[in-house]
Design a protein. Structure first.
Length: 176
């Protein structure tokens, strides 16, 4: 049984290690998560600490566990600039490849969208690499719409080029 939990308090070192391993494995497999090398544990500890410390309404961090094992991680963060305050960006959503296809990404996404809606976020934005068709399918099926595309923007170490695809979901209204 998969459990999705929003982190609201101090996070233990074991969870930080598990998130660092999950993200590191994804990056080593070529996932476009914003790192070209697996992120150091200290960076992940700082990231999670900053998300939890930001407080309710400013950011949310969620993990998915299956039988106690971490299988997913994601977060959103409100834009800091005063003119952008009604909006937030879903910055990361990662699921263990071994756990793919079981609805874990969808469960994480829904938990994060609902926490953003509860925080009064009006529009939730995200981006993904143009060749990530599974992500595109997930986001579209959950009501996100494409709002822009930067051709050839993502340049992995293998020399290929991919579009950066921008999506948004309007959270105003009863079902956003």
């Amino acid at each position: 049984m998969v459990e999705v939990v929003l982190l609201e308090a101090d996070v233990d070192g074991g969870l930080v290690d598990a998130v660092a391993e999950l993200l590191g494995a994804q990056v080593r497999a070529g996932a476009a998560l914003g790192w070209v090398e697996p992120p150091p544990r200290a960076e992940i500890a700082e990231l999670i600490g900053s998300l939890v410390a930001a407080g309710p309404g400013e950011a949310a961090c969620a993990v998915a566990r299956d039988a106690g094992e971490l299988v997913g991680f994601g977060y959103w963060r409100r834009y800091a600039r005063p003119t952008h305050r009604p909006h937030a960006d879903l910055e990361k959503l990662a699921v263990s490849p071994a756990a793919g296809g079981r609805g874990i990404g969808r469960a994480l996404l829904r938990a994060l969208v609902e926490s953003a809606r509860a925080a009064g976020v009006e529009q939730l934005t995200l981006d993904f690499r143009g060749d990530n068709h599974a992500a595109e399918h997930l986001y579209r099926s959950e009501g996100f719409v494409e709002c822009g595309r930067l051709p050839g923007f993502v340049a992995p170490a293998d020399g290929t080029r991919h579009d950066k695809v921008l999506h948004v979901k309007d959270l105003r209204g009863p079902t956003g």
